[in-house]
Unconditional design. Structure first.
Ligand code: AGP
Length: 592
């Protein structure tokens, strides 16, 4: 949560920082700000609200600075206001800091600084960093940062600039992500790779406990104890095109349409590493899948596949529940942490704790070099490219792809099962070609205030995911439920004001779910059904039918997911909502 960026180089810093913040805005968007080092002083501009408010405030101001930092915020300490927006400075405005994370001991530090006569301007935890750096500064910014980081508890990534050393940025990382973009005559700091893609593909991923010292010509990395660290420069496979909207109204719509490619790329990526995967699911007494949100739903689908093809029991647990629960975990367990960002703190901590208990940990991430990638015993990657829309779409189906491949490699029928999968991308394309039909249904149902999403077997997690998509971007209450459980409670909610989205491909539970449709209709409920093309029963029994191409039973989630994503997208878009940046959410959740 929160995006930070820093630039020092040959060009004007402000447009570069604003462009980078635009590409980082998915990380938080309740206020934004910049600090520029110009003519021996710091220029601070910051505004509550989205980045466009900051851009408006900067309109017509031609700052010449070639070094600066920027921030886009997801509030933790202090409400979203101009004062609480970053950057924060020391009292004399000689040092400016942007920060992502939480300083857990900030109250104690604040008291200490107040006793020393320091006056605070904001309610944030971040401000203590600026005052500490000012306190410790004796002519070398790096030295002051090293003294400061050793006083801080909690998770942080921050960047600091100072009037005393105008062509220098120092950044520090512990717990929150921070990368260095290595350019020619210019260098960058950022929370995530898309920020720097127009300028360089050369990236240094900082590890926890490291400080980066940047000038236009140099990048040096040190440990918190001040020892130089040699870092590898990676070349990111991501490109700028994948981080831009490419003619689509929203990133989410673009990313929904990118799914066939995300699935193919992940499939090919999996096949290329498959012979060297150092474990078999069958080696373990149990597989535990740990994840949050959409990634958790992918895990639920994966459970069916792993149990079916590997015959190993699989438990899927919310990462936030795992950490403080009493799950007996040992070296007999394989623990898979699923996270598109690879930075979700609950998932990261849960994996760490499983590893400490002796489990073999596997990360399934979309971001190479992310915390979960680096900390897991082994990493599988989804190759979905950067996902900017806050609502996960292409990373979900890419996660399904990797989980499907991981499961079927345990089967005697592996070759046939993989072969059958190869039809999926084209069938997804066909499903996407009917987007306009889904749009019409969205128009019809957009005014309803509550939805129930039902599915059974593999379609239950799909229903959960469909409901999550609708609630997070349209703010409409949507509840996902296993269809067989409806009669145990939720059926009481059914009336003409509660449309029911039923996911009903022709699989082993098809007849059962058709009965559930009847039960809804008997109570005057409205049914929107997603099923196979040519399904006369569902066409006749439901109020609205959304067809997807018929496919083998295990592969149905790849197709039934797509209309649910489109349905949520079109409702939110027609309601005029900010689809890519829904209120209160952030793409990467790095607070517990
Ligand atoms: C998905 O649409 C959500 N924005 C959210 O639930 C997300 O899936 C969750 O925060 C997990 O993120 P991760 O995959 O990066 O760990």
């Amino acid at each position: 949560m929160c995006g930070i960026v820093g630039y020092t180089g040959k060009d004007l810093a402000l447009p570069i920082i604003l462009g980078a913040l635009e590409r980082l805005e998915y990380r938080g968007y309740d206020s934004a700000g910049v600090a520029l080092v110009e003519d021996g002083k710091l220029i601070i501009e910051k505004k509550a609200g989205k980045l466009r408010e900051l851009v408006k405030a900067l309109w017509g101001k031609n700052y010449k600075a070639k070094t600066g930092i920027g921030h886009t915020r997801w509030a933790t300490h202090g409400s979203p206001s101009d004062e609480n927006a970053h950057p924060h400075t020391d009292e004399k405005v000689r040092f400016a800091v942007v920060h992502n994370g939480i300083i857990e001991n900030y109250l104690a530090l604040k008291e200490e600084l107040i006793k020393e006569g320091v006056k605070f301007r904001s309610d944030t935890d971040t401000e203590v960093i600026a005052h500490l750096i000012a306190k410790y500064y004796e002519g070398d910014l790096l030295e002051a940062v090293l003294k400061t980081v050793n006083r801080l508890e909690g998770a942080f990534a921050f960047a600091v600039v100072t009037v005393h050393e105008p062509n220098r940025i120092v950044g520090a990382k512990k717990g929150s992500p921070l990368i260095v973009g290595v350019g020619e005559g210019e260098n960058f700091l950022a929370s995530d790779i898309p920020a720097i893609l127009p300028y360089t593909k050369n990236v240094i991923v900082l590890d926890d406990g490291e400080v980066a010292d940047l000038t236009p010509e140099s990048v040096n990395v040190y440990s918190f104890s001040g020892e130089p660290v040699t870092k590898e420069v990676l070349v990111t496979p991501w490109d700028l095109v994948s981080a831009e909207k490419g003619g689509f109204k929203h990133f989410m719509l673009k990313e929904i349409h990118e799914q066939p490619k995300a699935v193919v790329d992940t499939y090919k990526g999996f096949l290329s590493v498959e012979p060297s995967i150092p474990f078999s699911l069958k080696d373990f007494r149990r597989v535990l899948v740990i994840a949050c949100g959409t990634s958790y739903h992918a895990g639920l689908v994966g459970k069916y596949w792993m149990e079916r093809y590997a015959g190993v029991p699989v438990e899927v647990v919310y990462a936030s529940e795992f950490r403080y629960g009493h799950f007996p975990v040992s070296d007999k367990d394989l623990v898979i942490g699923i996270s598109q960002s690879g930075e979700t703190i609950d998932t990261k901590f849960a994996l760490q704790s499983a590893k400490e208990k002796g489990a073999f940990t596997v990360g399934l991430v979309n971001v190479v070099g992310s915390a979960i990638d680096r900390e897991s015993d082994y990493t599988l990657y989804t190759h979905a490219g950067p996902e900017i829309g806050v609502a996960a779409t292409k990373t979900f189906t890419a996660q399904l792809t990797a989980l499907y491949c991981l499961a079927v490699r345990e089967s005697d029928e592996k070759e046939q099962l993989l072969k059958r999968f190869e039809k999926v991308p084209a069938l997804m394309e066909r499903t996407l070609s009917s987007a306009e039909e889904v749009e019409k249904k969205a128009e019809k149902y957009m005014k309803y205030k509550h939805f129930l999403y039902l599915g059974r077997y593999l379609s239950w997690p799909v229903a959960l995911e469909g409901a999550l998509k609708l609630k997070e971007i349209s703010y409409i209450h949507a509840e996902g439920y296993p269809a067989g459980e409806m009669k145990h409670g939720p059926i009481a909610l059914i009336d003409e004001n509660m449309p029911v989205m039923v996911v009903a491909p022709k699989d082993r539970v098809y007849e059962k779910i058709v009965s559930n449709v009847e039960e809804v209709k008997a109570r005057k409920g409205k049914v929107i059904a997603v099923g196979f093309e040519g399904d006369g029963v569902l066409t006749q029994k439901s109020d609205d039918f959304i067809p997807v191409p018929a496919v083998d039973e295990p592969l149905t989630p790849f197709l039934t997911t797509v209309p649910l994503q489109l349905f949520a997208y079109y409702i939110a878009s027609k309601l005029g909502l900010d689809v890519d940046q829904p209120r209160n959410l952030a793409k990467t959740v790095t607070v517990e």
